[in-house]
Design a protein around this ligand. Structure first.
Ligand code: PMT
Length: 399
């Protein structure tokens, strides 16, 4: 499946470097031409000879190597690549790339390439959780770099936690998905994400726990597949994704207007936002005072149902909704699918650990208009987004 693809496999200095040999074997077996670039510290863990033998190509280790430079050179390596895959990627490597430092062959290749770059980080769990690392990670993601999240388990340093390099087969699968994907080229995908805020007065509002992670993951995945992406986002603390037209809104009414203004351009609409169904009838111009009362009532009125409105004027557009439920997941999700005239709905039982609001993972079921239900295990929101787009793309006219 990777026949004719040129992959640069970057290996950095971590105990998991030995697993890169198995990953290389899988890539070569699938037909890829693989050039391995090792950092100096990677060579402390595993020898270049191992990778040279498995890849059938010279292993690149030096930025200024006269022979290698003449034969292939770091820029032509970067130019030839269809994918740069770094496994394992240390916190040091991620930190350098996030800060534009190119002081060896691998960082220079990553900086110079226009190919997709996929990092498989592996490190001690405390390093993984360190806010400096997380900032670098999030920043690179917002620039369009791809990541496979490290696995949980016993770490070589004696700690238990997140930080293990995922199994080579899983990294291989992600690389394959990335390389296979320009499936949304020429399409416009509109995504909504995050909560809405319905103001009571200048300092108070009604809202929910949506972080925007699910919708942003869909937007990034669609962009990575070559789509033009319009992301309409409620107030969240995520950085605006690079290469995505992001429109910030606050209330459901603003989201309604922004969606309706752009829906006509969209081939696919994914509504991951948690839109408030109601808003206060009165929004006080001044901060409401306690006024010596023990109870108070806020009268609410219905907000427009954006998705239902889209369903009424659907045309050939593919409409995907989400259903956040706390009971009777399938019944309520199916009702929404039918009432709102959707092609597909992603049902999440938000009472489950690792599902729904604000978590990095989700546990979902895909329900489609033909009556099918696909049940998925717990996975990252990025993985859910990929599968969602696989299914939604298959529903697009002509597929
Ligand atoms: O943002 P995260 O923290 O990552 O969390 C993700 C999520 C839990 C918010 C997401 O996975 C999710 O389930 N989003 C939909 C939440 C929801 O409010 O569902 P609902 O059952 O109220 O609405 C059903 C569908 O109709 C949704 O697609 C919603 O966007 C849409 N809707 C709802 C009300 C309304 N007035 N207009 C709408 O368009």
């Amino acid at each position: 499946m990777l026949q004719g693809k040129c992959i640069i496999l970057g290996v950095t200095g971590g105990i998991a470097a030995y697993k890169a040999a198995e990953l290389l074997r899988l890539l070569v077996k699938a037909g890829a031409e693989v050039h391995v670039v090792m950092t100096r510290s990677a060579q402390e863990f595993i020898t270049p000879l191992t990778f040279q033998t498995l890849s059938g190509n010279p292993v690149h280790t030096e930025l200024f190597n006269l022979i290698q430079e003449q034969e292939i050179g770091h820029i032509s390596l970067a130019d030839r690549a269809d994918l740069v895959l770094v496994a394992p990627a240390t916190a040091n490597l991620i930190g350098k790339v996030a800060n534009g430092i190119c002081d060896d062959l691998l960082t220079t290749t990553i900086m110079a390439t226009r190919a997709k770059v996929l990092f498989a980080p592996a490190m001690n769990s405390n390093m993984w959780e360190n806010p400096i690392y997380q900032k670098n990670h999030a920043e690179l993601k917002s620039f369009g770099y791809h990541f496979i999240e490290p696995a949980y388990g016993d770490l070589a340093c004696g700690w238990q936690g997140q930080g293990k390099l995922p199994e080579p087969q899983k990294i291989f699968n992600s690389a394959q998905t990335l390389l296979a994907s320009n499936t949304l080229e020429g399409k416009t995908v509109l995504v909504t994400a995050g909560p809405t805020r319905e103001e009571i007065d200048p300092v108070r509002f009604l809202s929910n726990y949506s972080s925007g992670k699910m919708g942003y993951a869909v937007a990034c995945a669609a962009r990575n597949r070559g789509a033009r992406v319009v992301l309409i986002s409620g107030p969240v603390s995520l950085p605006e994704p690079e290469g995505v037209e992001t429109i910030q809104v606050v209330s459901a009414q603003q989201m309604y207007q922004a969606v309706m203004d752009r829906a006509g351009q969209a081939d696919l609409i994914v509504k991951a936002a948690a839109v408030a169904d109601f808003r206060p009838v009165i929004r006080d111009a001044q901060k409401v005072k306690k006024g010596g009362v023990e109870t108070a009532t806020v009268e609410l009125q219905r907000n427009p149902d954006i998705l239902a409105e889209l369903g009424k004027q659907k045309g050939s557009r593919i409409l995907v909704g989400f259903a956040a439920e706390t009971e009777q997941l399938l019944t309520h999700a199916r009702e929404k699918l039918e009432d709102k005239n959707l092609d597909m709905i992603v049902a999440n039982d938000v009472t489950q650990e690792g599902a729904g609001f604000d978590s990095d993972t989700n546990i979902v079921r895909f329900l489609t208009a033909d009556g099918k239900v696909e049940e998925l295990p717990k996975m990252t929101k990025a993985e859910v987004a990929e599968l969602l787009l696989d299914r939604a793309t298959a529903l697009l006219p002509g597929h």
